[in-house]
Design a protein. Structure first.
Length: 541
């Protein structure tokens, strides 16, 4: 085995080590189970992969810089190259402990945790459950009676307390104690099954505490009912006494019920894998809920695949180039893959900040220009980092400018990602300021607008690339046909992005906003908040 092979293997294992360390570090400062069992599995895995990928890209950047240093100081000896690999790993492992880098990594980790929707996902579903209609388990009343009888409360008194006549207990307090008991029964039934065993093991301490507090609630409720029966009061004061007892029992039950809602939300999110199954699981506990659709990833997958194909297609025409400009399939695949990843990241920076905070959302009177500058620059630098690392490591033929000047070429091409982020952000903000909530209206207009922008941007970039290579004596021997094909294909890609992304993101963000608002109001507004606009309009709502 040659030294080159050993170096490649060492670099590979270094990248694997960084990925593993990053996957563990993703959870800080929480425990692994705190995040894993509070979000959807696919979002959890996606966030870890993104976070680990960013760390691996940083590893390659640091490694590349150290390899350049080794070439300068040690003339590219094997000893210098192999020393750069553990030095890169050590730097990235120690980076969180450095003041400035540590804060940056903490911020990145927080963004990735928010990407997994922690803790927003559980909070949203908890709010939905709390505001949804509830139907008691048919065994709840008999279970309450049996439990309270065990603490010495006569069955007669229990039936009177639960009669919903406001004599011993208010109707709301009686309903609350039955609701808590119903939830307790449902959780007990699920704990015996294998399907949810991992969740219950991860939350074992919380369920033990919940059971202890449930017993304490029953014990204190029994004591309050027995004291009330033994106190002789006038008819005028009996109502006040009932209210005092009801208030006491309601306080005992309220926190229990809220904790049950949170645990149920986490269980539904982490242990089942689609929206209908989550709705069905929550229905088994007695709640009729309508969960909002998660942010769909199908448009991103479609755009990723199209960008990959459109980036590879022009290279298929470059078959008769000189040896110094040869493009092997491996090189074409990796460079196209890097471009597709960077473009998908630019879409992410256009959409996700608006779902995460008000900073990136428009007001009634202005667009968030500062967010365009911030996330546009983040998209630009991210794309430049991905492309420069790819160009520097993939083994481009020496005639290509990206082979000798990977950073400069990457900075030029990445202007496309900046424009994509900013334009998609503006198109989405225009939609968010439209109060009609017609998510299908204007999709062709958005697609055509973005197609024109992408066509013009790619045209300008190709002209700039051609002029700059001519100035520096590195003109690429490519005719106008591949350039024309690139401009056309990216115009088509711009139309697809404009047609799919703004409308899809608007539907997701508006549904989330309506769900949050519904938690502050009475009644079940959640079904309306997550239904399709046209369906509501057809129904006359």
């Amino acid at each position: 085995m040659t030294d080159a092979h050993l170096t490649v293997i060492a670099i590979f294992f270094g990248a694997a080590a960084i990925a593993i360390v990053s996957a563990v570090d993703f959870h800080a400062p929480y425990k692994n189970a705190d995040i894993r069992y509070a979000v959807m599995p696919e979002r959890y895995l996606f966030a870890i992969v993104v976070y680990s990928t960013i760390a691996v890209v940083a590893y390659f950047i640091v490694l590349y810089c150290l390899l350049l240093l080794a070439v300068i100081l040690l003339h590219g000896s094997v000893r210098g190259i192999t020393a750069a690999i553990p030095a890169s790993i050590a730097f990235l492992v120690l980076a969180p402990r450095l003041p400035l880098l540590g804060r940056g990594i903490d911020a990145l980790r927080a963004i990735m945790q928010a990407l997994a929707r922690y803790p927003q996902a559980a909070e949203t579903v908890t709010a939905i459950i709390a505001r949804s209609p509830f139907e008691f388990d048919g065994r709840a009343t008999s279970e309450v009676t049996r439990e309270l009888e065990g603490y010495g409360v006569p069955a007669r008194l229990v039936h009177t307390a639960l009669a919903d006549d406001n004599k011993v207990l208010s109707a709301s307090a009686a309903a609350m104690i039955r609701q808590v008991c119903s939830l307790h029964i449902s959780f007990d039934e699920l704990q015996g099954g294998l399907r949810f065993q991992k969740y219950f093991l991860a939350r074992k301490a919380e369920f033990i505490s919940l059971d202890e507090r449930y017993r304490r609630m029953l014990r204190r409720s029994a004591r309050a009912l027995l004291l009330a029966e033994n106190i002789t009061v006038s008819d005028l004061d009996s109502g006040e006494l009932a209210m005092e007892i009801s208030d006491f029992i309601a306080q005992e039950c309220e926190q229990l019920r809220d904790d049950c809602h949170r645990l149920l939300a986490e269980l539904a999110l982490s242990s089942v894998h689609n929206r209908s199954a989550r709705t069905e699981l929550i229905a088994k506990f007695g709640y009729r809920v309508t969960l909002p659709e998660p942010l769909p990833i199908v448009p991103l997958v479609v755009i990723f695949a199209l960008d990959f194909v459109f980036s590879v297609a022009p290279l298929l025409y470059l078959t008769n180039l000189p040896a110094e400009f040869a493009v092997p399939p491996r090189v074409a695949g990796f460079t196209s893959l890097a471009h597709a990843v960077a473009l998908t990241a630019s879409i992410f920076f256009a959409v996700y900040p608006k779902a995460l905070s008000n900073f990136a959302r428009p007001s009634l009177f202005a667009l968030p220009w500062r967010s365009y500058a911030l996330f546009g620059m983040v998209s630009y630098l991210t794309g430049a980092a991905i492309l420069s690392v790819t160009y520097a490591t993939v083994g481009l033929a020496p005639g290509w400018p990206a082979s000798s000047h990977p950073i400069a070429v990457s900075l030029l091409i990445s202007f496309l990602f900046l424009v994509n982020t900013v334009v998609l952000s503006i198109l989405l903000d225009v939609r968010l300021r439209n109060v009609a909530l017609d998510f299908y209206d204007g999709r062709f207009r958005d697609g055509l607008t973005h197609a024109i922008v992408m066509t013009c941007t790619m045209f300008v970039l190709l002209i700039a690339f051609d002029r700059l290579t001519a100035i520096y004596g590195m003109r690429v021997p490519v005719g106008w046909q591949p350039y024309a094909l690139v401009v056309f294909l990216f115009g088509v890609l711009g139309f697809v992005m404009g047609h799919l992304i703004p409308s899809t993101a608007e539907a997701y963000i508006e549904a989330k906003k309506l769900v949050r608002r519904s938690a502050e109001k009475d009644g079940n507004l959640l079904g309306w908040a997550t239904q399709d606009y046209r369906a509501r309009e057809a129904a006359g709502s």
